[in-house]
Design a protein around this ligand. Structure first.
Ligand SMILES: Nc1ncnc2c1ncn2[C@@H]1O[C@H](COP(=O)(O)OP(=O)(O)OP(=O)(O)O)[C@@H](O)[C@H]1O
Ligand code: SF4
Ligand SMILES: [Mg+2]
Length: 335
């Protein structure tokens, strides 16, 4: 088995700090090659992830969750903003350093069918990062691959089989083994169970949680839906049109959401207790999610917000600590 990592004593300190992150994609390139416009996929994200925790990142499709995760991992270049890992600014690092940092930060993808190259055996797939980073001779790498497969619950004697010979859940386990090969400290899990059968989802979530304890991992766990992240997140960040609008401990967010958008999302989740469920008031949001090409001025939620005042149309509310350890980007937070 892989060596167990001593949980650093500084558990709970900040591992990742993101400020003012923007990622704009140029669209409609004109004749002169100049972009006519931009998709503002991420438009001023602030968040931080504490060492050893799982931070859930939720929001509707297209709000910029994956782009945020990819930018943090340096898989795409931010348009603006700061990303610190262990206090070190990543956006300024030369490419050779970024390569070294990559070993520390890995991604588990949503699609266990598309993310494993079908032309390689699973042994080759898991070995590849170890070879790239020269983590031992052929024999040592073989042993590490066997350990990794064992750790995620795949029989190492299957190493010469190809991805299509495995089920969706098994492929996701193989993807996790590959992500862990270089012993990262930080993993972005981008909807890692959304494509799996419901019966398999809990198994993969349990595996991720078990691995977190064993290897002292810190997770950014991306999901569409607040119910998925509820059980596994220490804290949750809620995104809306390219921004984080609330960042709080799970229990605070679920019990006393401060941002109207979080309140609306939560009101849509059924409560198991029938007495509370009977009193549950659904907040039905009017209008559509705005386009990230032309996001609204001021607070991006103002066209749909029942509490909006004039200031909301003009001044972007910064993400601020409104209650202890509960951050919201709203001029009028709370009920
Ligand atoms: N390479 C790209 N070029 C142009 N637009 C892009 C690109 N990647 C993402 N986008 C756009 O940026 C916005 C945010 O996309 P992103 O994939 O980050 O959202 P998401 O929150 O992960 O959505 P989902 O829940 O559907 O996965 C979307 O409008 C998307 O169409
Ligand atoms: S800032 Fe204004 S519009 Fe935005 S969520 Fe708060 S109250 Fe609503
Ligand atoms: Mg996504």
């Amino acid at each position: 088995m892989l060596q167990q990592v001593e949980m650093a004593t500084e558990k709970g300190t900040t591992l990742i700090e993101v400020r003012g992150l923007k990622v704009y994609f140029p669209i409609n390139k004109g004749l002169l090659g100049r972009p006519a416009n931009y998709v503002k996929a991420v438009d001023g994200v602030d968040l931080f992830v504490r060492r050893g925790e799982t931070l859930g990142l939720v929001g509707e499709s297209g709000c910029g969750k994956s782009t945020t995760g990819r930018a943090i991992l340096q898989l795409l270049k931010p348009t603006a903003g700061s990303i610190k890992f262990n206090g070190q600014e990543l956006t300024m690092l030369p490419p050779s350093y970024i390569r070294q940092m990559r070993a520390e930060m890995q991604m588990v993808f949503q699609d266990p069918y598309g993310s494993l190259d079908p032309r390689y055996t699973i042994g080759q797939i898991v070995a590849e990062p170890l070879q790239n980073f020269k983590r031992g001779n052929a024999q040592e790498i073989r042993e590490q691959v066997a350990d990794l497969l064992q750790t995620v619950g795949i029989d190492p004697t299957y190493r010469n089989r190809f991805p299509h010979e495995f089920s969706g859940g098994q492929r996701q386990r193989i993807g996790i083994a590959r992500a862990l090969a270089l012993r990262p400290s930080f993993v972005v899990a981008d909807e890692p169970v959304s494509a799996l059968d419901v019966s398999i989802q809990a198994q993969v979530l349990n595996l991720l949680q078990e691995l977190q304890g064993k290897f002292g991992l810190t997770y950014l766990f991306i999901a569409h839906n607040l119910s998925v992240v509820k059980h596994i997140s220490d804290r949750v960040a809620v995104m809306y049109v390219g921004r984080v609008v609330e960042l709080a401990k799970s229990e605070h967010l679920y019990q006393t959401p401060l941002h109207p958008y979080s309140q609306a999302l939560l009101s849509a989740i059924p409560v198991p207790d029938p007495r509370i469920e009977a009193r549950r008031k659904r907040i039905i949001l009017e209008g559509d999610v705005p386009s990230p090409v032309n996001p609204p001025s001021g607070c991006p939620f103002h066209p749909r917000c029942w509490k909006a005042q004039e200031i909301c149309r003009t001044v972007i509310p910064p993400l601020e600590e409104k209650q202890p350890d509960q951050y919201a980007a709203c001029h009028f937070p709370g009920r």
